[in-house]
Ligand binder design. Structure first.
Ligand code: ASP
Ligand code: MG
Length: 425
């Protein structure tokens, strides 16, 4: 008997009856290979969006607790239907809500964090030879209320369960073939990566790659869960997310990611004294506004005032203004302005850590393409530039070409033949 595998199917992979049957067949095939199988399902197609819309039609400010009662139903539907399909294939399946599966979270409704997984009910199911289906994206809070884990949260459910049942692999079945060097819809010759390290994947998820929820990658890294991101519509390997030691290759640049929903907020005429930046950021944090890049310009001479700019998700502009307006008078801020039409392009690659010159090349490429860089931030393995939203697609394509990430570029690791990770699928 081989080990346990967690299989997660995204919304498009269970969108209609035929696709649910196809997912059921994949699950059953895995079981017939001799694995114990836990499957995590997302809500079908656009169900979560539709449920959010339904709530907004009823109320301008839906109660977060009730929102979670509502949103958690989408995943339950998928699981019950898939269990029926599996039973029809002659196997035994049992579907569980997140709460029944023992996923305990904190009490922050609509964006709860998993605190603990009490997996005994899952173990009981597996021991009884059943395939266990778990509704993704949800849990039960320490106050015994149903919670949800934020958009894309089924990825985190899958990874948390993989850690809890000590699975040999967490397979994420999705509508793309894996993790790419850039968004294939934007860059036609983007290449599927065979492996990517947890650290790179963290930076990629944080900077706009939509394949895996950021928290899922964090959880996987912290608990050593191996992820295989693959297509639910075709066979063949996708992308393995592994430790840096296991990925073997350390390309200078692994991928170009982007986002087109950034906004910039600029505060001018800030008093130049200790504690001001802390006050500004505290007000934003209290309002749950997620600040990304921050730039502060120190005054040139004594007694002058400072300027500060930062980026937030476009949806949070209103929240940022509401949080900061009361500070204008209190701190004596000159003005608060915002620009909603910003985007971001990022280069991610573990090889940057030890090779200088990536930033120089990236900025030169953008300059030659006539793309103005408005803000810059870096980590040891990432360089991000805020640019106008309208420039994002061009910036991504130019960088992808300049760093030879495309399918046609000859790559060192192809030549050396060290492409395969040491993982069985
Ligand atoms: N159904 C939820 C969403 O659309 C969770 C998920 O699919 O991961 O965000
Ligand atoms: Mg998803």
């Amino acid at each position: 008997m081989s080990g346990t595998v967690v299989m997660k199917f995204g919304g498009t992979s269970v969108a209609d009856a035929q696709r649910i049957r196809r997912a059921a067949q994949r699950i059953v095939a895995k079981r017939e290979e001799g694995h114990r199988v836990v499957a995590v399902l997302s809500a079908r197609g656009k169900t979560t969006d539709e449920l959010i819309r339904a709530a907004q039609e009823i109320s301008d400010s839906p109660d977060p607790r009730e929102m979670d009662m509502l949103l958690s139903t989408g995943e339950r539907q998928s699981c019950a239907l898939c269990a029926m399909a599996i039973n029809d294939l002659g196997h035994r399946a049992i579907s569980l809500t997140g709460s029944q599966a023992g996923i305990v979270t904190d009490t922050s409704h609509t964006k709860a964090r998993i605190l603990e997984v009490r997996a005994d009910r899952i173990h009981d199911g597996l021991d009884a030879d059943a395939i266990v289906l778990v509704a993704g994206f949800q849990g039960v809070s320490t106050a015994r209320d149903v919670t949800t884990l934020g958009r894309g949260g089924s990825d985190t459910t899958a990874v948390a369960l993989a850690a809890a049942v000590d699975a040999e692999l967490c397979e994420i079945y999705t509508d793309v073939a894996g993790v790419f060097t850039a968004d294939p819809r934007m860059v036609p010759d983007a290449r599927k990566l065979s492996t990517v390290s947890f650290e790179e994947m963290l930076e990629m998820s944080a900077s706009g790659a939509g394949v895996l929820q950021l928290r899922a990658v964090e959880y996987a890294r912290n608990h050593g869960v191996r992820i295989h991101c693959r297509s639910s519509f075709e066979d063949g390997a996708g992308t393995f997310v592994l430790t840096e030691e296991e990925t073997m290759e350390r390309p200078l640049v692994t991928a170009v990611t982007h986002s087109t929903d950034e906004a910039r907020v600029t505060l001018t005429g800030l008093p130049d004294r200790p504690g001001i930046a802390g006050r500004v950021m505290t007000a934003l944090a209290k309002a749950n506004v997620n600040v990304d890049m921050i730039i502060q310009n120190e005054p040139q001479s004594e007694g002058q005032r400072a300027d500060m700019s930062f980026t937030v998700p476009r949806d949070d502009i209103r929240g940022a203004h509401d949080a900061l307006d009361p500070l204008v008078e209190e701190l004596g801020i000159g003005a608060i302005a915002s620009d909603p039409a910003m985007g971001k392009v990022s280069l991610v690659g573990a090889g940057m850590r030890s090779h200088p010159g990536v930033a120089a090349k990236a900025f030169s490429v953008l300059g030659a393409a006539g793309v103005n860089i408005e803000m810059i931030s870096t980590s040891p393995i990432k360089i991000s530039c805020v640019v106008r939203e309208a420039d994002v697609a061009r910036a991504v394509r130019e960088l992808h070409t300049a760093f030879e990430l495309g399918a046609d570029a000859v790559r060192r690791e192809d030549v050396q033949g060290v492409h395969r990770p040491v993982v069985s699928s």
